[in-house]
Every structure is written in C-alpha cells, then in structure tokens.
Design a protein around this ligand. Sequence first.
Ligand code: ADP
Length: 484
Amino acid sequence: PLASLNDPSLLKTDALIGGEWVAGSARFDVTDPATGSKLADVANLGAESASLAITAANKAWPAWRNKTAKERAAILMKWFQLLHANADDLARIMTAEQGKPLAEARGEVNYGASFLEWFAEEAKRIYGETIPTTDNNKRYLVIKQPVGVCAAITPWNFPIAMITRKVAPALAAGCPVVIKPAEATPLSALAVAELAQRAGMPAGVLNIVTADAGNSIEVGKVLCDSDIVRHLSFTGSTEVGRILMKQCAPTIKKLSLELGGNAPFIVFDDADIDAAVEGAMISKYRNAGQTCVCANRFYVQSTVYDAFVAKLSEKAAAIKVGNGFEAGVNQGPLIDDQAITKVESHVADALGKGATVVTGGERISERFYRPTVLANVTQDMLVSREETFGPVAPVFRFETEAEAIELANATEFGLASYFYSRDIGRIFRVGEALEYGMVGVNTGLISTAEVPFGGVKQSGLGREGARQGMDDYVEVKYLCLGDI
Ligand code: ADP
C-alpha cells in the first residue's frame, strides 16, 4: 500500500536525533493490521539513544527559546502547511500502519495539522502580567518562560494528532521535544518529523526515538529518570500512566496525562432519538471504537430504549467493514490480536451474564470485528467497568435522571461523556452533574484544537488544545522590583 506515495521520501524508517537520521544497530517490523504483512523495518533504539536525544534537545534549547515567538510561529505555520500539502501521502501511511479507513486518516491529518496552526497563533499570546503593588517601593511582574526539554510518549490510535497536540504547544512556548511514538505507528511520526525538518525546524528541537514494545519501556524509563527532561506528556492507558507517574516522582517532573476513559452516552426520553443515534454512531464506531473518548456505555431511558436499540442496530449493521484502502469501507481492522481478543472477552462476559446480541457479536476474520449492539446489559458486566476499545455498544436501561447520573459517574474514569436531551433545565443539571472533563450535549463529536481536551479522576492531568494547552509548557516567574 505504500508503493504509490506521491513523495516516496516521506517514508522514513530511521529515528531522528539532533537533526540526523539514525539507523541504530537493530530494527523492528511495522505491519499492516489489515493484512498482517510487513510494511517496513524501523530503527529499534534503546536507553543510550534516548539519552543522546535528550542531550541533543538540551543543546538546541537556548537558541530555540531565544527565538521570538513570531519566529517559532513561522516554523510551526510552515509545518502546518506542509502537512496539508502532503495530506494524501500522510493518510496512506497512516491507513497502512494503523488500519483506519483512508477518509478517516485524511480527517486526522487535518485535525493533527490544526494543532500546529492553533499553537503557532497562540505562541504570540503567551502574556505575562503586572500586579498592582502593595508597597510603593516595589513593582510586581509575572512572566512566562518555557519549561525546558519536554518528552512525549504517544499512542497508536491517532498517530499524528497525538504528537502534534503535545509538541505544538511545547515548541510554541520555546521547548525542544523528544518523542517516543507508539511502536505500531512510527511511520506516521517519522513522516511528520521529515516535514518538520523541511519546515526549517532547527536540529535537535524535535527528536524522534523509535523503539519496539520492549525497548519502549527502557526508553520511557530514561525519559522519566532524566533531570534534564522537565515535563513528560503521555497519552495511553491508565495502567502505563501510573507507571510513568511513579517513575517521574524522583525528579518531580511536570506531567500531562491523557489516560483511559469509560465514556457514558445517555439518551433521555425527551431526546431527538434519530439525532442521538447519529451521535452514537460517530462516538462509538469511529476508528473502530478505538478512541479514548468513544462511548463505552449507553444508558437509555426505558420508554425510548427499544426504539433506540432498533435504530442503532440497523445503522451499525450497515457499516462496511474491510481494508481501509477499499472504497466505501467505514470500519477497518482493530490494531492487533490482543485488541480483538479483549473485545471478544467483553462480549462473551456480557452474554454469559444475560445480555443479548442485537447485531454483530462476532469476529469476521483475523482482526476485523463486526459492529455490535448488545441489549439487556447490566452493571455486573465487564463492559460497565472497563474500556472495550472496540466496535461494541452495550445498551443499559434506566428509569430516572438521578439514576442515569449515578450510573454514569460510577467509574474511576472521567474523560468524555455525552447526553441527549431537549430540556434546557435538564441540560444544565446533567451537564454540571457529570464528573467528566468533557461533556457532549446533543453531539457525539467534541474534539477540536480550540477547546480544552482532558479528563478528571483517573483519566489524567492537564488539558491539551485550547488556550489552556499552553499552560503545562510554561513556567510562571514572578519578578519583584525593589528600590523604585
Ligand atoms: P494503548 O493501551 O493505547 O496501547 P499503552 O499505554 O500501552 O497504550 O501505550 C501507549 C504508549 O506508551 C506507547 O508509545 C507505548 O510504547 C508506551 N508504553 C507502554 N508501556 C510503557 C512503559 N512501561 N514505559 C514507557 N512507555 C510505555
């Protein structure tokens, strides 16, 4: 699938350290999840290379932070334009290694690029402040400065956007970065890094350390242990987030964590049911259910339960599953064997405890799973507690608003939530009562560069995107001027 790139030189397989492409002494395979075939072998770096990348970033830091915000913004903006100019190739690389349908991959390139544009603009607005004095001999000033060398460990479900969402604010603020992309999707990361080079990113400002699953652990450890690295940003599972947080404790590293979710999707009886079904389709089946904001639990009020289940099942059954490169396909494969096994185990557990399959409920072949709707789902099933990360919609029944809120909040996670209602009072009540960082009201799609993305409870720390997305990459410094 990668033979027909418009620009074959975007297919990079070496890591990028200090502006040099590094082959390393070992390689690892990147495979196409749709076919299982090998796409490329990529540099498999370890602890030593991670240290070199940190040193390179640290060396590049003074010149980068001393550029004016406008100069840094110009490079980010050029990079943004190059992502757009090469969107077709980037989408092909992404579909090949990640599996999502080409149209969705195209969408992610735009979404990923939008963070570069947004933070190029925000770079120029990192305002300080003056505070009215309480002592006529003194003046109080507050300035914001880049935090220092930043590390980013990113996942495979959004191979480009999860990188740009972290590195754009870091670079805009004046911080150099070391990125450890997911082992399943390094090719997208490297292609984007090549475009950064072409945009004029100075050597060492953006480094990519590629590694397989085993080496990722030691690379991660070096990034956490380093006292040069001042900030670590991670998107992935809560389990790995906990490990990284622990590893960062000795150096009191600043952390941005975007971890697991267990998103509720509530449909009240006053909702527009067709709109709720539309929203549910986008929220649940996008990226084959492999996003941290995917609806994981559907709570539907009992009077509209049957209608919602019937309509959702009809639409889910019409999803065309297949290789993401085929025209008309709107659901690709799951990322790997472990992912599909997890989906199967969640469905088996639900069926064993009394749930019924309305549509789907089975593997089509290898990594392809049929879009599924389960009815008569109850709280004792795994699907109520764990993120399925696959195309399965378990539908629970509820009676009252208070019950829906209680069920929705009964989880240690707090990333995204959704509800459908046309009652303005209820919209405020429920919107305020949901213990989540994000609430979609009458919509299943909430992500965009301009808004603060992030979770409460064990879904993470910090916000990405928006004005707030810059906060984690700057230190606030107070200057007290005396003897006035
Ligand atoms: P997912 O559940 O989305 O696969 P993971 O949390 O397993 O996410 O992985 C996300 C990222 O974290 C990947 O880049 C992976 O290589 C990295 N990773 C996984 N385990 C560790 C670890 N122990 N230390 C550092 N990085 C890790």
